[in-house]
Design a protein around this ligand. Structure first.
Ligand code: HEC
Length: 230
């Protein structure tokens, strides 16, 4: 990872509200509402912004939260030193974006932000907030949570999920209902099953199903299920 030491001084002048970390370890927290989500190591949730362009092979990320009001409410997670993946976070998904004046921590290519209204180690307050022209989302440690093709997930659901969870996601017998969950929770659970984790006593039924899903499948299924099964 690149480190740029001249950045601290430049940024302090330009935006005193930024709290820049020398080093940072991304960690994982869990809540009933959201399942697993990434935090900054001090327990504060980190978010992605849907109007940003995520970094992909050979292309840098582009931030769309850059004006003073946005940066005050959603300060980017900037570092002078190195970022590391703590327990449960995936080091392969971690990176940095930026130029000589600014280095921002990324996960899955998404630039990370904190939310000014979150308390340290509290329940995330910023999930799903629509502000500054986009929406703010939590990051799942094991699967991308931002959907790109929700309509395509309807077919996957009908072919690979409906036989157990029911055509309307209502569940049956020992197969749980999927209704009433937010997309982050569903994507978080699918990522956990795909990573081989045990959640309830019947996780062995879910693991092979989740193993066949790509990151995009998970994001799209999560959005499809949360939107259609209420
Ligand atoms: C063979 C039956 C079966 C199939 C097929 C199946 N599931 Fe499941 N699913 C289960 C069972 C059983 C559980 C509870 C597992 C446990 O105990 O951890 C579960 C749990 C889940 C959960 C977690 C629910 C919660 O409240 O935490 C989600 C989300 C989920 N399934 C989504 C899906 C999706 C999406 C598909 C299709 C890609 C799918 N499932 C296919 C049987 C199935």
């Amino acid at each position: 990872m690149k480190t740029l030491t001249s950045f601290a001084a430049a940024l302090a002048l330009a935006a005193p509200a930024f709290a820049q970390d020398d080093a940072l370890t991304l960690e994982v927290a869990e809540s009933t509402e959201f399942g697993h989500y990434l935090t900054d190591g001090a327990g504060r949730p980190v978010y992605a912004f849907t109007t940003d362009l995520r970094a992909s092979d050979g292309e840098g990320a582009q931030l769309s939260c850059t004006d003073a009001d946005c940066v005050e409410a959603w300060p980017p997670v900037t570092i002078a030193g190195t970022a590391e993946a703590g327990a449960g976070a995936d080091a392969d998904r971690l990176g940095t974006a930026g130029d000589a004046t600014q280095q921002i921590v990324t996960y899955d290519g998404w630039p990370l932000y904190r939310f000014a209204s979150d308390a340290e180690a509290g329940e995330p307050q910023g999930y799903g907030v629509a502000a500054f022209g986009g929406e703010w989302r939590l990051l799942t440690p094991a699967a991308n949570a931002l959907a790109t093709d929700v309509a395509g997930a309807e077919t996957i659901y009908a072919n690979a999920c409906a036989q157990c969870h029911g055509p309307g996601g209502q569940g049956m017998a020992s197969f749980p209902s999927l209704a009433g969950n937010n997309p982050h929770y569903i994507a978080s659970r699918l990522g956990q099953y795909r990573a081989g984790e045990a959640i309830g006593s019947n996780s062995a039924l879910m693991r092979p199903v989740a193993a066949a899903l790509s990151d995009d499948d998970i994001a799209n299924l999560a959005a499809f299920i949360a939107t259609n099964f209420e």
